[in-house]
Design a protein around this ligand. Structure first.
Ligand SMILES: [Zn+2]
Length: 300
């Protein structure tokens, strides 16, 4: 066989391979940071904080219609969130959501974080250790297939957990992410009621625990929840204009759970971070001019 013939063959093979679409299986589609590997081994994060910092989390997706709508809304407000996916949505033969893997990869591509919400959303406190292991292993396998690695952040469905689950998560160095701003949006209701609940919960937490921010729980499987996210962001912007006028600490929507983690965490700070607040104020100056009447209209 002549060397020229071999070169020609190699070129032909390379050409054919170039035409084969690259599958996601041959490279990770989410970074390890997005899968919470940098937050591993932190026990349980509740979200409590005396600071006006908020991080949005969305459970139960991906949903064929609502998750893409939410992604557009998050982009519009420049917000990065954490999504806790139910892994059974990625199972083959899952008719409810044939595009689940594709949508989940879009979530990763848009820079959001991804956590596990178990395999099939069972109340985990009711499961025996072997059943718990099976739930975690089946979820891991699905996440590895879709994202190239498994997440290290976990949210138990309905917050249900027992000591066996706690021990397993500790052994796996998974961080459990709870919430302190729950909006009861699993019940169908108008989005503006969900927004009103948001402000009521903030106010209750402040009176009860001295908490002024936290980890917000919503669901990207309901249209009213996605609409509520938009209303909440608009109301927060309006509220910030009022707070700026009265010289108070402003709300900051943070892009990750990091403020609740590690030594000297922002979420435990006794006073607002002056530099971050200055940046927020600088951004708000233009937006707030002439918006006080709007603020009065949208606030509950
Ligand atoms: Zn759930």
């Amino acid at each position: 066989m002549s060397p020229r013939f071999l070169v020609l063959c190699a070129a032909l093979v390379a050409g054919v391979l170039a035409l084969v679409p690259h599958t996601h299986a041959d490279r990770p589609v989410a970074t390890l940071a997005q899968l919470g590997h940098g937050l591993s081994g932190q026990g349980e994060l509740i979200g409590n904080t005396p600071r006006r910092i908020l991080h949005f989390t969305f459970d139960d997706g991906p949903h064929e219609r609502e998750t893409p709508r939410l992604l557009a809304a998050l982009d519009r407000f420049g917000v990065k969130a954490t999504f806790f996916f139910s892994a059974s949505r990625f199972a083959s033969g899952e008719k409810r959501n044939a595009r689940a893997s594709e949508i989940a990869r879009q979530v990763a591509a848009r820079g959001h974080a991804i956590g596990s919400h178990s395999f099939d959303h069972v109340p985990m406190a009711r499961l025996s250790p072997p059943e718990l292991r099976e739930q975690l292993a089946r979820a891991d396998a699905m996440f590895e297939r879709v994202f190239g690695a498994r997440p290290h952040i976990f949210r138990p469905p309905k917050g249900s957990r027992n000591n066996a689950l706690r021990a397993m998560l500790k052994e796996r160095r998974d961080t459990t992410v709870m919430w302190n701003v729950g909006l009861a949006d699993w019940v169908k209701r108008p989005a503006r009621e969900v927004r009103e609940t948001f402000f009521k919960v903030l106010s209750r937490n402040e009176t009860r625990d001295g908490d002024r921010g936290g980890i917000v729980l919503l669901h990207d499987t309901h249209s009213w929840s996605v609409d509520a996210f938009v209303l909440i962001m608009e109301a927060l912007r309006a509220r910030n204009c009022e707070l700026m006028a009265s010289g108070e600490e402003l709300y900051e929507v943070v892009d990750s759970l990091e403020p609740w983690v590690g030594k000297g965490a922002l979420a435990r700070a006794k006073a607002p971070d002056a530099k971050r607040q200055r940046t927020l104020r600088a951004r708000l100056v233009q937006r707030c001019s002439g918006s006080s009447s709007k603020a009065a209209r949208v606030m509950p």
